[in-house]
Design a protein around this ligand. Structure first.
Ligand code: P1T
Length: 385
């Protein structure tokens, strides 16, 4: 279906990249569960040769995510980490990458424990001040990697300011838009060259599939990434693409509810006497509240907070919730609670965690779309435990 270029997010979420099935008219893109495609003779194919290279279900999802980010090209992967890897694999041995100091622990592990061994160099800087990015750029810098809001400290990066600084030196910028989603933040419009997603999270939205995606407006980046995607093979299967596409259809509706619930819960926590600190960009107490208002449509569904009483109290709290499930991941319809130092960020060295504030009392919530009163009652009883 050709939708007008100026369609809103909801229309793009439901229709972008998708056509009624040409053979039957099926409105839902079929799951083309096939590894190969019959050719009339050598080279006589219909645009599909082998499913690592192209698959119609994946192609629909790629067009859909590109549409969401208002970008030209979408490329999908078997996980967010596979998408991240594909970007680094486009660079060369010896290249330097400037990254957010706070980021998903698995991305940090991939950079420092895998790609550093292959000759890539990384500098981790506090990107809350764009000047830190500027001063970290060297002649060897080939990429700036920003996560915003960051996982788990909810720091914000001024995408426009960082892109301006990087562009002066001709360095491309990749933004991991997993926490914000295209419903809340548009990195390409702010100057980013690449947008990265763990589609496992809000895009998929139902905690039933792992995936990743990249969107870019640059034909050259598309070609480089597609070459790596096909050569290294970290592609998603058609069923996973179908599930992700199905999830995306309600992204705009879900995000509204995630944000509304999270705002109320952040306020509840900030007023609680057992809570030392709340990190949520929708609270005026967040040091970058003004940037959140400027850069994001709403502050998102993720909250981190420090509970008084350290590890012991945090552990009791995580065991006491009844609706918030103690689990890694985020962005699904159901509410999750986790302990970054022990769970999602265990691969970050203790000294880095300490410097960032990922301490024993830090707890991260992925606020779901259940009834707000039930979520608030659950936290209230668990904090009293
Ligand atoms: O898990 P995967 O689909 O490979 O995505 C990795 C990833 C990338 N970027 C961000 C911002 C992420 O949060 C993640 C994955 N994060 C978790 C599993 C988590 O619980 O934080």
């Amino acid at each position: 279906m050709r939708i007008p270029d100026d369609s809103g997010l909801g229309t793009r979420a439901i229709h972008a990249g998708q056509q009624p099935d040409p053979t039957t008219g099926a409105i839902m893109t079929p799951i083309y569960q096939t590894s190969t495609y019959v050719q009339d003779g050598p080279g006589g194919h219909k645009g599909f040769e082998y499913s690592r290279t192209q698959n119609p279900t994946r192609q629909a999802l790629e067009g859909n995510i590109a549409g969401l980010e208002r970008g030209k090209h979408g490329l999908c992967f078997a996980s967010g980490c596979a998408a991240t890897s594909a970007i680094v694999m486009c660079l060369d041995h010896g290249d330097h990458i400037v990254c957010s100091d706070d980021m998903y622990g698995g991305t940090f592990r991939l950079f420092t424990k895998v790609f550093a061994r292959h000759g890539f160099q990384f500098s981790f800087v506090d990107m809350r001040d764009p000047k830190n990015v500027e001063s970290a750029l060297t002649d060897k810098t080939k990429l700036v990697w920003a996560e915003t809001p960051t996982n788990p400290m909810m720091k914000l990066v001024d995408i426009e300011a960082v892109c301006d600084a990087a562009k002066k030196k001709g360095v491309p910028v990749a933004v991991d838009n997993t926490f914000a989603t295209p419903a809340l933040q548009s990195p390409l419009a702010l100057g980013a060259d690449l947008v990265v997603h763990s589609t496992t999270k809000y895009l998929g939205g139902h905690s039933d599939v792992v995936g990743g995606a990249i969107v870019t407006n640059h034909d050259e980046w598309q070609q480089r990434i597609h070459f790596v995607q096909n050569s290294s093979g970290g592609t998603p299967g058609p069923f996973d693409c179908f599930l992700t596409m199905r999830g995306i259809k309600t992204l705009h509706v879900r995000m509204d509810r995630h944000c509304d619930n999270a705002q109320a819960i952040a306020e509840q926590l900030a007023a609680h006497d057992q809570v030392e600190k709340v990190y949520y960009p929708g609270l005026e107490s967040h040091p970058q509240y003004a940037l959140a208002q400027k850069q994001m449509k709403k502050p998102g569904g993720m909250i981190s907070f420090v509970v008084k009483g350290g590890l012991d109290k945090a552990t009791r709290l995580l065991k006491a919730t009844r609706i918030f499930a103690c689990a890694e991941s985020l962005g699904g319809v159901e509410s999750l609670i986790e302990h970054p130092a022990i769970m999602t960020h265990a691969s970050v060295p203790p000294e880095n965690r300490k410097a960032l504030g990922i301490d024993d009392g830090l707890i991260r919530l992925s606020v779901g779309i259940e009834d707000l009163a039930d979520l608030q009652a659950d936290l209230k009883q668990a904090l009293a435990a």
